[in-house]
Design a protein around this ligand. Structure first.
Ligand SMILES: [Fe+2]
Ligand SMILES: [Fe+2]
Length: 480
């Protein structure tokens, strides 16, 4: 069969010849109703019957893999799509470097591999749950459609991980697949596995920050898993990355359009000082200092997802050939890291200092550094918009020690520049760095839905181009 084409005839679209794999097909068909129940309970609230102009993956060919059409979300064709198998692919790093890539789970790594798949899988439905109320306050039909596109694709990413669990992990895989439908973001008894996925996404600026910062963590994790010596995991992640790019586009352009509208409104009103918060807010736009605080919050919560700077789990997963570095295949070293070191920012004698650590133990730190670099590029593009309109303000990522709950800096309080603060000073100054209740109330007050085609809420600029090159007045969502 042609791997680039998807089999659409059965209940579950796929390019993994599911029709010939009776056991897995049955297992997935059994899981499917529970998934739909989850989607109907926890998916976009109030819009399950709306016709949404969505893309659906119909091929894994990099050119032309998606088709666009109106779909009711519960009828979306969530499928199982793996990037094409690469002839002669090898394990590219760790102690098995140079061996044939594994098509089956190596027995000794079964538990480690299952845990990697489950943790990745758990994040996918979590973000759908976090974002389920946002449809009701969408600033335009264009944005509403983008939200729902991200949501259905996170649903597909859950399918992607559940396929691996059902196909390769037997009974315990099946149990994990069930448990992925049972946990709930923010639930005190059965929360999602990672902290940032239990936070609220209360408003659209949060949504854009989440898709910029937290989906970008997703990208880094998928890039690292795409390097895996376990070939089915690598192939799954490679295709997920194609979809993930759109999620980050939604985040980056979303924040850009908020910034642009704010700066334009300031310019029109003759306000030159971006710190005149009250005056700016009277224009019905979000002041730049509050946008900075939102960025501080989402960046710091997302850094926690990278885990402890020094980590034996990360070392073991690399050593075993299960999880590589960011773009491992393009790095020029021995890909085993037995003797190397890597500089790690640590808390030493109450001071934040760099210290060389064994490279294998420092892999979380390294992935986080790559992530911070990637974020900085995006922040640079935001700043260009501000400076082109002529407002004297620069957005900046906070120091990595700021507002942390995991790793080296979880025991201290630091300001956005990495100066250590006493608890009392932190309490006094917290609202300088993070959104206060008043900031949240103000943003909330702007979240009025705009559901007429071609119209946008006053706090956000329209996009430069439509989705699938549609004109500005295109009706992206037909609400019923
Ligand atoms: Fe995802
Ligand atoms: Fe995503």
């Amino acid at each position: 069969m042609n791997i680039a084409q998807v089999d659409y005839d059965g209940l579950i679209p796929n390019n993994v010849a599911l029709g010939n794999d009776v056991r897995v097909k049955r297992a997935l068909e059994k899981w499917h109703p529970g998934y739909l129940n989850w989607w109907n309970d926890m998916g976009p609230e109030g819009f399950q019957q709306a016709l949404v102009y969505l893309r659906t993956a119909v091929s894994v060919d990099p050119k032309g893999w998606a088709k666009f059409d109106y779909v009711r979300m519960p009828e979306y064709r969530w499928g199982i799509l793996l990037a094409p198998q690469m002839e002669g692919r090898k394990v590219n790093f760790g102690m098995h470097k140079g061996e044939e890539a594994w098509q089956e789970v190596p027995g000794e790594y079964r538990a480690m591999l299952r845990r990697l798949v489950v943790i990745q899988g758990d994040t996918e439905p979590a973000s759908v749950e976090q974002q389920r109320h946002l449809g009701k306050t969408a600033p335009s039909l264009y944005d509403m459609r983008n939200l729902f596109q991200v949501n259905v694709e996170e649903g597909r990413h859950l399918w992607a991980m559940v396929y691996l669990l059902q196909k390769y992990f037997g009974t315990d895989g099946r149990e994990e697949a069930e448990a992925l439908l049972q946990r709930r973001s923010g639930d005190p008894d059965t929360p999602r596995m990672l902290g940032a996925f239990n936070e609220k996404t209360p408003d659209w600026l949060s949504f854009f920050m989440f898709t910029f910062f937290t989906d970008r963590d997703g990208k880094m994790q998928l890039e690292a898993l795409a390097q895996s010596g376990f070939d089915p995991l690598s192939r799954t992640c490679r295709f997920m990355l194609t979809e993930e790019a759109h999620h980050m586009f939604v985040g980056e352009t979303g924040v850009t359009r908020v910034i642009q509208r704010t700066c334009e409104a300031m310019k029109e009103a003759g306000i030159t000082d971006p710190h005149e918060v009250e005056k700016v807010r009277k224009l019905g736009v979000i002041d730049l200092p509050t946008i900075q605080k939102k960025a501080n919050l989402h960046f710091s919560l997302t850094l926690d997802l990278f885990g402890s700077e020094i980590s034996t789990n990360a070392a073991n997963a690399f050593h075993a050939g299960l999880k590589g570095r960011y773009r491992e295949d393009r790095l020029k070293d021995d890909h085993q890291l037995e003797g190397g070191t890597y500089p790690v920012l640590r808390l030493i004698d109450g001071k934040i200092r760099n210290e060389d650590a064994p490279a294998l133990s420092a892999l979380n730190m390294r992935l986080r550094d790559d992530y911070v670099g990637d974020c900085n590029n995006g922040v640079g593009r935001w700043n260009k918009v501000i400076s082109e309109i002529g407002i004297p303000f620069e957005l900046k990522l906070p120091h990595v020690a700021f507002h942390r709950h995991i790793g080296e800096f979880s025991s201290i309080k630091a300001d956005v520049n990495g100066q250590i603060l006493s608890d009392a000073d932190w309490q006094k100054r917290r609202n300088e760095f993070l959104p206060s209740d008043a900031d949240r109330d103000f943003i909330e007050s702007l979240m009025k839905p705009e559901t007429e085609p071609a119209k946008f809420a006053g706090w956000i600029a329209p996009p430069k181009v439509g989705i699938d090159n549609k004109p500005g007045d295109f009706e992206y969502v037909k609400i019923v």
